[in-house]
Design a protein around this ligand. Sequence first.
Ligand code: HEC
Length: 111
Amino acid sequence: MLLFFINTLFSFEDDNSFITKYEYGAMLYNNPRGIGCNKCHGNGKKSVTIAKYRDKKGALKTIVAPPINKVKFEDFKSKLKSDKTESLIMPTYFLTDEELTSLYYYITKVK
Ligand code: HEC
């Protein structure tokens, strides 16, 4: 597994590593061993409407992916580790703590 390989080869203590924590986070964001976060959250800075539909009573419903650049780390982590989300839309991921840390670093610093 490429990510595992990269993970064990480089440390992310500082940004002088071969690939920076930011770049690694960006890579995970777009390709997190599953559907990319970007597919629903865009760049993560604003809410994205994923779908609009009418329920049985004909009321218009929307499914929205919220902005994620200001979420607290604990909330982020519990979200990414939970196996079912309240919307049943966001998929389940199996990312290591180190991957989550890099991903979070990227999300909160995305330009
Ligand atoms: C298929 C669409 C989809 C994908 C792909 C997706 N999300 Fe989400 N995400 C959602 C939706 C919808 C919500 C809001 C409802 C919920 O919490 O399930 C959400 C909620 C969140 C939240 C909680 C935000 C808050 O304010 O509490 C975080 C954090 C998050 N996503 C991060 C991610 C990350 C990181 C990835 C990639 C590893 C990702 N999401 C991939 C649709 C998606």
